[in-house]
Design a protein. Sequence first.
Lengths: 468, 378
Amino acid sequence: MICGWIYDETKGDPDSGIAPGTRFEDIPEDWSCPLCGVTKADFITMEEYAAQRASSGPKSRPRRARGQVGGEDAVVIVGSGIAGWTAAEQLRAQDADRLITLITADDGCVYPKPSLSMAIGQGRSADDLIEQSGPDKAEALGVTLQANTRVLGIKPKDKRLMTTKGKVTYGDLVLALGASQRRLAFEGDAADQILRVNDLTSYRKMREKLSSGPQHVTLIGAGLIGVEFAEDLHAGGHRVTLLDLGQQLLGRLAPLPIARRLLASLRQHGTEFLPGVSLAALDTDGNRLRATLNDGESLTTDLVISAVGLVPNTDLAKKAGLNVNRGIVANADNMRTSDPHIYAIGDCVEVDGRSYFYIEPIRRQAATVAAALIGKHRPFAHLPMAIRIKTPSLPINICPPDQSVADFGDWHVHTPAEVSDDDKGTCRMDFLVRNQLVGYALTGRCTPQSEHLHRIVIESLFAATTAA
Amino acid sequence: MTAVAANLKNPPSSFPEGELLFNQVRDIVRDKLAPLTVKIDEGYYPAEVLRALGEAGVFRQHLASQNGHGEFDINAALKAMDIVSQECMSTGFMVWAQNVVAWYVEMSDNDYLKQTLLPKLARGEALGGTALSNPMKYLAGIEPLLVSAVETADGFILNGTLPWVSNLGPDHWFGSIFKVSGDKPRDVMAMVNTSWPGMELKQLAKFCGMEGTGTYALFFKDVFVPKNHVLGDPLIPYIKKMKAGFVLLQTGMATGLIEGCIKLCEDVELKLGHVNCYLDDRPDELREELEDAREVISSLGEDIFNQDAEFMRSVLEARLLGSELSLRAANSAMLHTGANGYLHDAPAQRKLREAYFVAIVTPATKHLRKEIEAMAAL
């Protein structure tokens, strides 16, 4: 028993002439261990051995030797977008000692996501956009970063995650899973090549595809992201065709007169807009691509980008049995989901029936969750969204009417566009409900009014809520 | 009552299913496979074990056309592979190869092969390898396709080389993807036999383990492949249909290996628990992770024809998890068994080599990460 070799009576020790089935007491006294040579007298029974050794073992389970990812006391954040990192920052600012692990599918680097639709014109590469590497950010915050790791499943009952690197336990879990560009199914052998640009990886891929010089790009979807990309691609020297099933640009966001002004300025620099049209099929055509449209027309293009709207990433939450609607349902009080130890923030979440795909509310959600995690109450308030559309040829600021009042009012022209050549884009439109300002859209020289008007909208919304 | 009794005596299906099948697999593993495990690791090709597994029905569970109940039961195929791999992952790997060769035919539109070859593959009468290591890497943009072809009226003439194809021997089958030149250049996949004129198998390399897996370099010199052996033309839609099954089926090797490693750790618990408790990745912790992994894999197995990119990504991730956990479990088996695991014929060190195989065999860990990253941008 010095070396740990076990004499098994059913096997014997045939190499030393002990037949299988020989009882230990029947072995000759001069027999010795075939491995280390100690004699029969040094052997003890397994039971004696186990008892002897057990008494020397520790009373409780020893600590793990390896650096801990997650843990029963840890806050585990899934996702390294603005929501995930802001939650880590806010929590660390208020609790210097809390164990925090951040798990992310990418490398965790920090970059300003809104820049993705304005960086081509600025000549900035994907790497230029990175403000801080994941490991540097994690070190600065005292956070354990588990990068390049995807979460495969959540077990709320056992408070653990299944990841591509194995299990991670948590005390509290913060889901910052983001949203994805809706994936539409298209026909054709090149349908797989359609890009959806929603993070640094896909941005990098787009830049690679555009690196060989000026090209023709087809954008599916003329919403916020679509028009911003159209401008930015033009600024980068590319030609753009915009497709949209609707009849105007910024369909769900901007009133028609504003959309028309934007269209005029996009057309002026050669961008084409095909209203009421979408892609049907994409096929390879030599070195280029042939896009067949659903009106039967076709066009030759080099790159197709789909931007038809964001869909919250809810799969994990759904599979874990959390309450999921369009987004993961969370409570405005503390951003808690239907599970008491799971929180959700950012693009993936839904609060009182609303999704928030903008930076400002996401930062406030992160502050709410950080407060909740240290036992404080800092509820997330719904505020009307002030959106700046990054279309340099015609700057636009919009505060769309909240969904609760959108059906009860209309857009009205407040300041009509002037006709002089240097100022043709200037316009202000108000969304009025019973003469109350609940939304606005500004272009050109009217855009500086945004801050002031936003305050008025917030006040009227507040008045409406208290009146109700 | 009599009718029921008669049915019990003569079950309608002649193939055992469910636990009956798995018990039969356990019997084959204990009686026929276990005595050969060390020999297989060193170079013995266990044809008789594979044929016994075939007779029991191990290679037909995922084949709706062959298994008698008309369902693509990926999970039963995985479980059988898991049981085999707990003892010997070389054999588990060959079970995968055989399953996949049959899968090639099942997923094709080739009625000729479905009627002639598929029943034999499903029974284990005909054996074969996957041969898609190079093509899978080609499709992922990792290396060029190594077999080229000229098209004739009734077939293709192949030339080239495929390194390291497993579960091969004389008169074995494999699926080959080749680059067709000429008027209609394209990639095509077809079933090829190792004994056809112009085919040559060479055992060039000696590996550190798993030597009994019938692994050869394949040389093609003007090999004629008749058109009635074509599996995929056009290739891409065919690959898309069968890829999830191809990849997910491999996870049975990983879960079996991990289970085997956990058992090695548990076996020495009485003797070494007082000091093994200082190790990371204890058997109870690994078991929790293994059960989670099996749950993830089995939910994917029930949805194998899902064509969503998200689904394929989940399959690749499950496969990646299999590699990561295998490495940790085998490492843990080594540390838990100590010097006894380091002995020449010890299971722990064999499992360590098997674990590296899981992480290296196509799609390897690096290959999976490349594909998963590429998907992030689509």
